[in-house]
Design a protein around this ligand. Structure first.
Ligand SMILES: Cc1cc2nc3c(=O)[nH]c(=O)nc-3n(C[C@H](O)[C@H](O)[C@H](O)COP(=O)(O)OP(=O)(O)OC[C@H]3O[C@@H](n4cnc5c(N)ncnc54)[C@H](O)[C@@H]3O)c2cc1C
Length: 457
């Protein structure tokens, strides 16, 4: 075999789109977390489905591992090429192929960033709702079944994907789903590829749902004397059917970090960041209902933000919470647990997490997509301090065990990647043989993102 990069150049016919430069390899070898990095042997930047297919066909024949790569913002070591091989960076497949305002759909290539889709859809008064905070690629978001601040109202990626084009490990290309908003035609293969983390195929095209931009939107900050009251309010809002489009729980230490990082001056107390949208009258009614419920739980400040700039500032502060937290201890890495419990269990689950953080003597922040019962405990750790690493590991284990005991899941949105393989076994051990069978059928040689999701055989 000629050298790997020479073969890749031959396959896609453009040496500028195959890189073995150290900085590019390193950029594709790790993520923001404490998972150990490992560079791929080469990075390929395809521009068409045919190029993806010919690279996969060749890699399949030669047994070369392939890791698909979007924006690299995933948080469980998903993009780390633990078995070597190549990284397929899809960011040059970045065209919005078709917008159909009359059908409320868009068809995009996988490297389109969610912000770019929103820019294109916005010209038609439409938007794409899934908002994981980071500006991720739509292919990566589908591959992790991403969700985020708006999921309480619109659902996560699986609810938005109508159709996919996927290149399989043998280089063949399939199309799942249709442009229709619903279908009962056979097995839900789009749903299988969504959340498959690059282990079953490479997504090369997505048809997604869009929504009309609401006429009127108001954000609000509800401040509470204690975290439990904020949690109970979130549960009550969902239970009462208040039409919130966002309900995010942010603990006091996170708000202090955000204020220091962003220069904001939000009350440094446990808070809910809320958003309500719809017609002006409906928004006023829902906001009043939210205020009443919050005040019933002892809310001390309920500040509505109507001005678009103030609203944008509030959500930017929420989205930058992780970076604010990291900035507090330069040099430390972070590890975020991501569990999801039935929403009624959220207050008790978060009480347990807070007590466990204190018992283990860790520095950690708790934030939650509270309306979904999905919460994160983000811990800072010095990777060279074995005691701290062990304590963070223990925290993750205890929080996952607690979530499972409450009828929840080991990951609400970040996925399994490398970091949660053991927990997947704990949650769905009896289903691992079935999942392995699916992997074997679609990727018999195991070239697609090996070492992720499934435990070693
Ligand atoms: C500050 C911050 C906040 C975050 N908040 C959230 C949140 O609220 N909710 C949430 O869900 N996530 C969150 N994340 C995690 C991350 O943004 C999501 O997991 C996102 O969906 C990853 O998209 P990406 O384009 O970065 O994918 P990547 O990280 O590049 O890839 C993720 C996985 O998908 C695979 N993949 C990528 N593209 C394709 C493709 N075209 N075909 C097949 N497989 C592919 C990769 O192999 C990998 O396994 C956050 C991350 C950060 C940094």
């Amino acid at each position: 075999m000629a050298t790997l990069d020479a073969e890749l150049v031959r396959l896609i016919g453009d040496e500028r789109r195959v890189s073995t430069s150290q900085s590019v390899l390193e950029q594709h070898g790790g993520d923001l977390t404490a998972h150990a990095a490992r560079s791929p042997e080469a990075v390929v930047f395809p521009e068409t489905t045919e190029e993806v297919a010919s690279v996969l066909r060749w890699c399949g024949a030669e047994g070369v591992p392939v890791v698909p790569f979007g924006a690299g913002s995933s948080l469980e070591g998903h993009v780390i090429p633990v078995s070597g091989g190549i990284t397929l960076d899809l960011t040059r497949m970045d065209r919005v192929l078709e917008l159909r305002p009359e059908d409320l759909t868009a068809t995009v290539q996988p490297g389109v960033m969610r912000s770019a889709l929103n820019l294109a859809a916005g010209r038609h008064g439409l938007f794409f709702p899934v908002d994981p905070g980071a500006d991720a690629s739509l292919g990566g978001m589908a591959a992790t079944n991403a969700s985020g601040t708006t999921t309480v109202r619109y659902g996560g990626m699986r609810a938005q994907v109508l159709a996919l084009e996927v290149v399989l490990a043998d280089g063949s290309t399939i199309r799942t789903g249709s442009r229709a908003t619903k279908s009962s035609a056979g097995y839900h293969l789009s749903g299988l590829f969504v959340g498959s983390e690059g282990t079953l195929g490479v997504i090369t095209e997505l048809t997604l749902r869009l929504y009309g931009i609401p006429e009127h939107t108001v954000a609000a900050r509800a401040v509470f004397p204690e975290l439990d009251a904020a949690c109970r309010t979130a549960v009550a809002l969902v239970g009462a059917g208040v039409a919130v489009s966002r309900v995010e729980l942010v603990d006091a230490s996170t708000i202090a970090a955000v204020n220091a990082y962003k220069g904001t001056s939000y009350d440094e107390e446990p808070s809910l960041f809320l958003e309500v949208s719809g017609s002006e009258t409906a928004v006023a009614g829902e906001l009043e209902a939210a205020r009443e419920l919050a005040e019933g739980e002892g809310c001390t400040v309920f500040a509505a933000e109507r001005d678009p700039t103030a609203r944008a500032r509030l959500w930017e502060a929420r989205h930058h919470a992780l970076f604010a937290f990291l900035a507090r201890s330069p040099g430390k890495r972070h590890r975020a647990t991501d569990v999801c419990v039935p929403v009624s269990e959220l207050p008790a689950a978060i009480r347990f997490a807070r007590a466990t953080v204190e018992e283990l003597g860790l520095e950690a922040a708790i934030i939650a997509h509270a309306g979904d019962g999905n919460y994160h405990v983000a811990s800072l750790l010095d990777v060279d301090d074995p005691a701290e690493v062990a304590a963070v590991q223990r925290l993750g284990e205890l929080v996952v065990e607690d979530a499972l005991a409450r009828g929840g899941t080991c990951t609400g949105e970040h996925g399994i990647g490398l970091g949660k393989i053991g927990y997947l076994e704990r949650e769905h051990g009896d289903l691992i043989p079935l999942m392995r069978g699916i992997k074997q059928l679609l990727d018999p040689q195991g070239i697609l993102n090996p070492g992720k999701i499934l435990p070693a055989a």
